[in-house]
Write a new protein. Structure first.
Length: 158
């Protein structure tokens, strides 16, 4: 099953020319190398609500020439493969950034979009059922195990 994971702005977000968002997915503590990504912002600006901030599977640097005269949105995810999903697997999205240093602010600004070819899940990160760990300043993990299992269940439906 191919899965894409993207971060979206829930409200207006200011970025500066040294801001970045790095994403990676871990499955049972092991990093899925094809999921590693980085979105680096080389401009001062505002990302409006509903626009994509970052996505897994690729590395991009955005500068002022790429945003001139248009509303900014980062590029789409490069989907990653999950060959076998065990109900006991724990799958996390790791976020490293210098935009948010604590989770209280980040959950107000960010929503997740997790999708496969059969189903799309739009998940505000401030939902009470979202399990987030704050590992250090600017480093967070979000438990996405249940969402991946939902996508897998949809895939195997007849």
């Amino acid at each position: 099953m191919q899965v894409g994971i993207e971060l979206y702005a829930q409200r207006g977000l200011s970025v500066m020319d040294d801001h970045f968002i790095r994403l990676k997915v871990t499955n049972n503590g092991k990093i899925l190398e094809e999921s590693c990504s980085e979105d680096a912002f080389g401009f001062f600006g505002m990302i409006i609500p509903g626009k994509r901030l970052a996505a897994i599977g690729r590395k991009r640097h955005y500068d002022q020439y790429q945003v001139m005269g248009r509303i900014f949105q980062s590029e789409s995810a490069e989907p990653i493969n999950f060959l076998f999903i065990d109900p006991k697997d724990y799958i996390n999205l790791v976020i490293e950034t210098n935009i948010w240093l604590d989770p209280g602010i980040m959950v107000q600004d960010v929503s997740l979009k997790i999708y496969s070819d059969k189903k799309t899940l739009d998940i505000p990160s401030n939902r009470p059922d979202i399990k987030m760990n704050w590992l250090s300043r600017g480093t967070f993990t979000i438990d996405i195990s249940e969402f991946i299992r939902l996508l897998n269940a949809e895939r195997i439906k007849i």
